[in-house]
Design a protein around this ligand. Structure first.
Ligand SMILES: NC(=O)c1ccc[n+]([C@@H]2O[C@H](COP(=O)([O-])OP(=O)(O)OC[C@H]3O[C@@H](n4cnc5c(N)ncnc54)[C@H](O)[C@@H]3O)[C@@H](O)[C@H]2O)c1
Ligand SMILES: [Zn+2]
Length: 357
């Protein structure tokens, strides 16, 4: 029996799918894996230790085929070619064929690499995202971006490959380490400021770090927003770029500290703060927007200050840059983002003027 679950449709023309946020979702799985002898479940060792047994138990309850764990080491440093090869070996061992389906059971690292493995295997097999981190529930499990990292950079090798289904159970977030929870909240706040006043109000009133029905509603709203954006621009030709709000500065902050000082979410939080002040400073954003964003960040322990001028060389190295300009995502108002192609020279000049020490 499905206990409580809202279906959110991701209305892509060629490959629409549904995202369910709630509990009791395992009963939706059988039709997707019907006729398959074994179903590879890519997961990481942390997630499997906590939830592997529960997932295995559902084989009998729901009459599922054998769920075969394909376990990877946790962490970004394992989202690489070596791990991918091991996943392929497991696919071969379990005779995964063109009609098969793979489960990605974990955070964004698992989702990205399992999705990419599914995109490549026999030129593409189906996969289902079962996200277990807040970031994965609100962001990485929806939209079909899959990738691994190589020496030259993060997410440089990848593919667009949409999942066939996304099943998110917020109850799994109860075991998430606080820092990971907070990191996911940065993407929640990003989505809120891009989407609506209403969602921002919800985020300001919610209890930080608590898994409750309010969080579930917020996750649904974030998925709905991202799904709508992706449905309009699957391959990031235009609109989808707005999802990078705070990320140009955030990526530069991560790179500046060798990906060690901050989590991705913390860096994005600091990046959103700079982007908001930049937008306000050059008259594109409504006055007061930066203090409103700061209030949201503060509520969730994400008010982080980083020097903007120092970031210039790191921004130049961003893989999203093209030639001598960069697409800056700014907010006119809450819920009204704009993408502004900005030459580096102008960015540099404005940052120096605005953030002079
Ligand atoms: N594809 C996309 O659109 C997209 C978007 C944003 C980010 N990403 C990618 O997502 C990745 C980051 O994902 P992440 O933040 O989920 O990190 P992650 O997958 O590394 O998970 C964070 C940590 O939490 C642990 N964990 C996961 N679920 C847990 C649970 N329920 N309880 C306890 N521990 C749990 C994991 O083992 C890991 O140690 C990056 O590689 C990033 O590039 C992809
Ligand atoms: Zn991000």
């Amino acid at each position: 029996m499905i206990l409580s679950m809202d279906e959110i449709e991701i209305k892509l023309v060629a490959n629409p799918y549904s995202v369910y946020v709630g509990t009791g979702w395992m009963e939706l799985l059988p039709p997707f894996v019907e006729g398959q002898a074994r179903v590879p479940v890519v997961s990481d060792r942390n997630v499997w230790r906590l939830y592997g047994e529960g997932l295995k138990n559902s084989e009998e309850v729901y009459g599922l085929p054998e769920l075969v764990p394909v376990l990877i080491q946790p962490g970004e440093s394992h989202k690489n070619m070596k791990t991918l090869e091991k996943i392929f070996a497991a696919f071969a061992e379990n005779e995964l064929d063109r009609s098969g389906c793979v489960l990605a059971f974990g955070g964004g690292v698992v989702g990205d690499i399992a999705g990419f493995a599914a995109a490549c295997w026999m030129r593409g097999v189906r996969y289902i995202q079962i996200p277990t981190t807040l970031l994965a529930m609100v962001d990485s499990s929806v939209g079909g971006k899959t990738a691994i990292d190589i020496q030259a950079g993060k997410n440089l090798v990848g593919a667009f490959h949409q999942p066939s289904l996304v099943l998110a159970n917020p109850a799994l977030l109860r075991t998430l380490p606080p820092l990971e929870f907070q990191s996911g909240m940065a993407e929640v706040i990003k989505t809120a400021v891009l989407s609506s006043e209403e969602l921002c109000a919800g985020i300001l009133s919610m209890e930080p770090g608590v898994v409750d029905p309010e969080l579930e509603c917020v996750i649904r709203a974030c998925v709905r927003f991202k799904g709508d954006v992706v449905a309009q621009d699957e391959h990031e030709g235009g609109l989808r770029k707005i999802l990078n709000f705070g990320h140009t500065f955030g990526h530069a902050i991560e790179a500046k500290y060798g990906f060690k000082k901050y989590t991705h979410g913390q860096a994005v939080a600091a990046g959103m703060r700079i982007a908001a002040r930049y937008g306000e400073g050059c008259g594109i954003s409504e006055k007061g927007i930066s203090s409103r964003i700061e209030a949201l960040l503060k509520r969730h322990g994400l008010l982080i200050e980083e020097d903007a001028v120092d970031l210039i060389p790191w921004i130049r190295n961003d893989k999203k840059t093209h030639g001598e300009a960069i697409d800056l995502v700014l907010l006119k108002y809450i819920g009204e983002p704009v993408v502004i192609p900005t030459p580096f020279s102008e960015l540099e000049r404005t940052l120096k003027k605005m953030f002079k020490k």
